[in-house]
Write a protein that binds this ligand. Structure first.
Ligand SMILES: *Cc1c(COP(=O)(O)O)cnc(C)c1O
Length: 369
């Protein structure tokens, strides 16, 4: 599904030098590379503040801990997402309210959110699924009307850009009150282990988030909040510092591969290629088809030809055993249920060449012949 080795080989000299530097400095915890990377990422995204942390799940948890919520407060999430988005809500004694998503973009919309708002609703987590921004303008407007916090789950869409109706552009993760991202190796900006970050333009929230991520400590051995210990490893920060310089190229490479898939697969009866929203660039964390009727047969057929294809996600959140008796569903989840039965993600990464894609495309065409 990804080619991390091919990607590493192209930047090996720079990565190796950065890692060796870090080892020789022995500043393994909160070394200089961490701050340098945080500053570079803030500049790249045009965010006021970036707080690095240990992984994307922690980023979401810390963001929610910073909002001063009480047990029983509700947070609205899409039912079609990775478990981490909603898991931390349960962990914090809050109530995940799961809603349906748009059948074209797979993302939550203001309309889905509006119907789920109650007096207990305090926040909403739009997930920019598969690399494409949710419709943030209408979501921010609705959130302002109802006094809701917006926490963007940007784990799959770092670098994607959203365009407002007045033409203003902003990077995802910097539009809501807080943005959260993951540097898991296969993410669009991946490190060589675990990593994550939290973005915000709110100075007060930024300060609180930084404190919570470091044991709630305001100065040495003085602790204001119950916090967590969630740090980005210095080695990972050094690697990310190198890779951030290539993020725009990586996004372009993914988009180019997606364009080629589109061109070759569009029009094959039985499959729908990904829809590109007009107000967001798509950074194609996944290239996800909808396959009506025989998705599982296609997956098995491709596997028999040595082509990996993955189902993200096979089960709606509310059907997970972990969520039984926790949270609630608002409205019908018809779209989510349908997506779980029809989506199929093809390999896409920064190192794809046409020959690889032709082989995959050939397999799909053969199946539908
Ligand atoms: C990967 C991912 C996360 C969690 O990131 P980790 O670094 O693995 O903890 C959260 N949300 C979404 C949508 C993701 O894809």
């Amino acid at each position: 599904m990804v080619d991390l080795k091919g990607q590493y080989k192209k930047i090996k000299a720079e990565i190796d030098a950065a890692v060796l530097d870090c080892i020789e400095s022995t500043a393994f915890i909160n070394g200089p590379a961490v701050k340098i990377f945080a500053t570079s990422l803030a500049q790249h995204l045009d965010a006021a503040r970036v707080i690095p942390c240990a992984n994307g799940t922690d980023a979401l948890q810390i963001a929610m801990m910073a909002l001063g919520l009480e047990r029983g407060d509700e947070i609205i999430v899409p039912a079609f997402t990775y478990i981490a988005t909603a898991e931390v809500i349960g962990l914090l004694g809050l109530v995940p309210v799961m809603v349906d998503v748009d059948p074209r973009t797979f993302n939550i919309t203001a309309e889905h959110i509006r119907k789920a708002i109650t007096p207990k609703t305090k926040a909403v987590v739009p997930v920019h699924l598969f690399g494409q921004s949710a419709d943030m303008e209408s979501i921010m407007k609705l959130a302002a009307e109802h006094n809701l916090y917006v926490i963007e789950d940007t784990a799959q869409a770092i670098g994607a850009e959203y365009t407002f109706s007045d033409g203003r552009k902003q990077k995802v993760g910097t539009i809501g009150h807080i943005g959260c991202t993951s540097f898991f190796p296969s993410k669009n900006l991946g490190c060589y282990g675990d990593g994550g970050a939290i973005m915000t333009n709110d100075a007060q929230l930024g300060e609180k988030i930084q404190i919570i991520a470091n044991h709630g400590q305001i100065k040495k051995y003085v602790h204001k909040y119950i916090g967590v210990n969630s740090r980005l490893d210095t080695l990972q920060a050094a690697i990310l510092g190198v890779k951030l310089k290539y993020l725009n190229d990586y996004s372009a490479a993914r988009r180019k591969a997606a364009d080629y898939y589109d061109q070759q697969l569009n029009g094959i009866e039985g499959i729908t290629v990904p829809v590109r929203a007009s107000n967001s660039t798509h950074v194609f964390h996944q290239y996800t088809l909808k396959v009506a009727g025989n998705r599982d047969e296609l997956k098995t057929f491709l596997e028999s030809k040595g082509i990996p294809a993955m189902i993200y996600y096979p089960i709606p959140l509310n059907e997970q055993e972990a969520f039984q008796g926790l949270g609630r569903v608002e409205g019908s989840l018809d779209v989510t249920i349908n997506l779980c039965q029809t989506v199929l993600s093809l390999p896409i990464h920064t190192e794809m060449d046409t020959a690889q894609q032709d082989y995959i495309i050939g397999g799909i065409k053969e199946f539908f012949k």
